[in-house]
Design a protein around this ligand. Structure first.
Ligand code: FAD
Length: 307
């Protein structure tokens, strides 16, 4: 039996495990991939106090820091089910069951991909998913934003201030973003919006992205746009499929709803990072929220009767 069991070992889970262990409580961390999305990141320039680093390097330091403490690390394991109660039970895909007095959910999220040729090949070499992270790498260049929802149009407005030109490609007949965002984007001279555009391929020269091809769904015509970068903004999916039916309240996007101490709708169950309804998804924010939720869980433990 753990006092504090963390599910997920990205920045949020790693921070929570360290905060838990530093309180001297029996802490465990179970994860599919130690490091989470950080492992998929090439350059990181906004992790404050570290001017520039690389994803795998930061992921390795996260693990090294956690290993410095008495934390039971269970790697390459996926959680499949959560059962609430006096003690919370986490069942793994391999059938093993773990129980804990408090649980912290930090299973993160994943960007929805276009699933077109070239996308995977040029990921990190022109294909990007996070304008806050990678926008400055495209200073003075031409880029596209795929998706005309709120995140796509926010990204276009954000990028227009940094890059030379932004082409927004929306699959539907009209943009889905809020009116105020659409007006702002349309007022910007270096933003072009194309609707009914189905991206069919990311093109590159073997080293980097050179552009994209799309089909206009109205006319059926094929087009090529020459670009240095493509920001895919068609949704961030929280890894909460395994929590359906557990009683943990989710938003309509599937994110875990949390309060100011990281508490969820179930007593003893806390959550942090990209898997929650926190509005901005970044490494530094995930780490802060992991620390916050671990302290919330500790507060809960000292108030509940010891088993
Ligand atoms: P994650 O990093 O998603 O970690 C989730 C953890 O949960 C992983 O260990 C995973 O294996 C595990 N997991 C998931 N499901 C299960 C399950 N069922 N059972 C057990 N374990 C499970 N942010 C920045 O601040 N700066 C950047 O430059 C930056 N660049 C990025 C570039 C890319 C390509 C991507 C994809 C993201 C980038 N981000 C960047 C965002 C940043 O990586 C995330 O905000 C951050 O990693 C979120 O941390 P997290 O701990 O909440 O979740």
């Amino acid at each position: 039996i753990f006092d504090f069991l963390v599910v997920g070992a990205g920045p949020a889970g790693a921070a929570a495990a360290i905060y838990g262990a530093r309180k001297g409580i029996r802490t465990g961390i179970v994860a599919d991939r130690f490091g989470g999305q950080v492992l998929d990141t090439v350059g990181i320039e906004n992790f404050i106090s570290v001017k520039a680093t690389e994803g795998p390097k930061l992921a390795a330091s996260l693990e090294e820091h956690v290993r410095d403490y008495e934390v039971d690390i269970m790697n390459d394991q996926r959680a499949a089910k959560l059962t609430a109660g006096e003690l919370i039970e986490i069942e793994l895909e391999n059938g093993a069951k773990l129980t804990s007095r408090a649980v912290m959910l930090a299973t993160g999220a994943r960007w929805r991909e276009m699933n077109v040729p070239g996308e995977k090949e040029y990921r990190g070499r022109g294909v990007a998913y996070c304008p806050h992270c990678d926008g400055p790498l495209f200073k003075g260049k031409r880029v596209a934003v795929i998706g005309g929802g709120n995140s796509g149009i926010e990204a276009a407005i954000d990028l227009a201030g940094i890059v030379e030109h932004v082409t927004v490609l929306e699959f539907g007949n009209s943009l889905r973003a809020d009116d105020v965002l659409q007006r702002k984007a349309r007022s910007m001279k270096n933003v072009t919006i194309i609707t009914e555009a189905q991206t069919t391929e990311v093109t590159g020269d073997g080293a980097r992205v050179t552009g994209l091809n799309y089909t206009h769904r109205g006319t059926g015509e094929q087009h090529h746009v020459a670009l240095s970068g493509i920001f895919v903004q068609i949704g961030l999916v929280p890894n909460t499929e395994w929590l359906k039916g557990s009683g943990v309240e989710l938003s309509r996007f599937g994110e875990i709803m949390v309060g100011t101490r990281g508490e969820t709708s179930l007593p003893g169950v806390f959550a942090a990072g990209d898997v929650t309804n926190v509005p901005y998804k970044q490494i530094i924010i995930a780490m802060g929220s992991g620390a916050n939720a671990a302290l919330g869980a500790f507060d809960h433990l000292i108030r509940s009767s010891a088993p």
